[in-house]
Design a protein around this ligand. Sequence first.
Ligand code: APR
Length: 233
Amino acid sequence: MGNIRNIVILTGAGISAESGIDTFRGGGGLWEQHKVEDVATPEAFARDPDLVLRFYDMRREAIQTKEPNPAHEALAQLDSGWKGELLIVTQNVDDLHERAGAKRVLHMHGTHLNAWCTACDVRTPWRDTLVERPPCPECGERALRPDVVWFGEMPYEMERIYGALREADLFVSIGTSGAVYPAAGFVREARAMGVRTLELNLEPSQGTAWFDDARHGQASKLVPQWVDEVLSS
Ligand code: APR
């Protein structure tokens, strides 16, 4: 670890699984219970906004009843103890990284806890439901939607993410299946720039072959172990 100064960490649904938040794919995953094309595309929202808003209202309510687990806590510890550059790029739309105390977090797929007004483009912290079409606190229009990146939409802050990857010495991927781009492509981008790569996941992900190292098991075990190694190096 001696020459590692700048770290980029990508997290996915697997890091929140042990907090009781469903993952998307795999047994009993969200996309087994709901069709992506019914609830997670702009077309679905145009076709049946009630169905989409109810889906995200249910998710928004659910995550507020969950707590961070040892994997979130370990990354928050790393965040406060690491002197070099660190960026936690999460695909997750829950706030468990922040509730564990992490500060250097970027939500590339948005967050459940914001409402986004499609009339005035303002994002407002939001913990309640949207299906009854409450007025936007900024402009008063009843045009609020979940601040979540749907399939076919551009993820947030991609320039900042690629900038951090360019400066990184180490890229670590935690709890993600590597099924969804552009996040699934980060390991190859990093590798092409000579960045060391590590996968921490319950099972080999779709991109596991691109990683220099991989450890498989539960995030609540693997992540604290890895953070201890990093901070004691
Ligand atoms: N510890 C570590 N890894 C776990 C655990 C656990 N306890 N439980 C599950 N995993 C792993 C699974 O093996 C799987 O590889 O987490 C991964 C979760 O994969 P997905 O459900 O596909 O979630 P994710 O990769 O985050 O999905 C990416 O797809 O649906 C869209 O926008 C959504 O951000 C999401 C994106």
